[in-house]
Design a protein around this ligand. Structure first.
Ligand code: NDP
Ligand code: GDR
Length: 323
């Protein structure tokens, strides 16, 4: 039985990855943020399952800011694979919390790499990097060789972690890889991200509990995939024979406006009556033309997205309606 260690296990990706690994017969050890006290709904079903919880799934409160809170469970888990997913992951908030973002997302990655290097039995290490490391790239689509040039504090912190992951691979011989992840969504997405915000609002408007939906720049474009597809990709990177970085993306751009139209269509309402933009929600800097080329992941890992953008938005809207 393989053992995995996941930071950020209560987040969107952490919870899907835990399910995937448990289904593959792994013993899963995960860190959740101590200050939120294991309150996320994403793992509730696994915590409540007596066949799984404390049998093959073990959870520990921790903070990436406190190295001992990571060291003790990591040594106890003695994992074969480490998936480092914990992060201050909101780009907009990183402008207000610059120092915290760099500490948690940047230095937190350094702390974990260093602990991984000192483990008596080597473990394979995955770092959740981001398309935000490219900033507003001149080359489109982006791939593993696109220059790193972040324009947001979050992107800067991720670039630091990405580069260190490469350094630990090259200089310390760690099997350490970056998954350069483009946006991916699901009903477990945090409520502050634009897909979930829109789908929640549409369901609330349909139910008569909300009157309008206020957004930032609805012409903003992203390469949006589905989280379940992406966590399969993360796992594949650590099964590959050599440690390499991989882009995970769909290769297709959509606008925030497209999410609005799909979600309102799913509940048979006319978006024009409910949506407005507010300048205060526009970001100081917002990457443009961020679209990934996943050819390497397809060629070497056999990875391809299977769930479309439209399917994801409809699924998220329906999940909000039934919640
Ligand atoms: P989430 O924000 O859903 O999950 C991140 C988790 O990290 C949360 O559970 C959060 O806890 C935890 N965390 C935050 N701060 C700390 C801390 N100081 N100590 C311990 N834990 C902490 O992110 P996703 O699941 O969507 O993403 C997973 C990773 O992939 C992240 O690193 C993200 O930056 C990266 N990524 C995600 C993309 C996406 O589109 N989803 C795209 C590119 C990269 P809490 O729940 O208490 O806040
Ligand atoms: P992003 O995701 O910043 O790409 O980061 P988010 O969903 O926050 O924004 C996507 C785009 O939508 C625009 N936008 C709004 N965004 C939010 N949150 N709220 C709004 O009201 C709104 N209106 C318009 C944004 O300006 C942006 O252009 C996500 C995170 O998961 C990161 O952790 C990850 O690294 C990147 O994706 C790749």
């Amino acid at each position: 039985m393989k053992r995995a260690f996941i930071t950020g296990i209560e987040g969107q990706d952490g919870s899907y990855l835990a399910e995937l690994l448990l289904a593959k017969n792994y013993e899963v050890h995960g860190l959740y943020r101590r200050s939120t006290n294991g309150g996320s709904p994403n793992l509730k079903h696994l915590r409540a399952n007596p066949l799984v919880f404390q049998k093959t799934l073990f959870l520990y409160p921790a903070d990436l800011d406190e190295v001992d809170s990571i060291r003790v469970p990591l040594e106890k888990a003695a994992p074969d694979e480490i998936y480092h997913l914990a992060s201050q992951s909101h780009v907009g908030q990183s402008f207000e919390k610059v120092e915290e973002t760099c500490r948690v997302t940047g230095l937190g990655t350094l702390r974990l790499l260093e602990l991984a290097r000192q483990l008596p039995r080597p473990a394979r290490f995955f770092h959740a990097s981001s398309s935000e490391i490219f900033g507003s790239p001149e080359q489109s689509p982006q791939d593993e060789n696109t220059p790193v040039n972040p324009i947001t504090p979050y992107g800067c912190a991720k670039a630091f972690g990405t580069q260190l992951t490469k350094i630990y691979r090259k200089n310390f011989g760690l099997f350490a890889v970056n998954g350069i992840l483009f946006n991916h969504e699901s009903p477990r997405r945090g409520e502050n991200f634009v897909t979930r915000k829109i789908c929640r609002a549409v369901a609330a408007i349909k139910a008569g509990r909300q009157k309008e939906l206020v957004l930032g720049d609805t012409s903003a474009q992203r390469d949006w995939g589905n989280a379940r597809d992406y966590v399969r990709g993360l796992w594949l990177t650590l099964q590959h024979e050599t440690p390499e970085d991989f882009v995970f993306a769909t290769g297709k751009l959509n606008r925030v406006q497209d999410i609005v139209e799909i979600a309102f269509r799913a509940v048979e309402l006319d978006w024009r009556q409910y949506v407005r933009q507010e300048a205060a929600l526009f970001r100081a800097a917002d990457p443009r033309q961020v679209v990934g080329n996943p050819a390497k992941a397809k060629q070497l890992l056999g990875w391809e997205p299977t769930i479309t953008f439209e399917q994801t938005i409809v699924e998220m809207t329906r999940a909000e309606l039934s919640a």
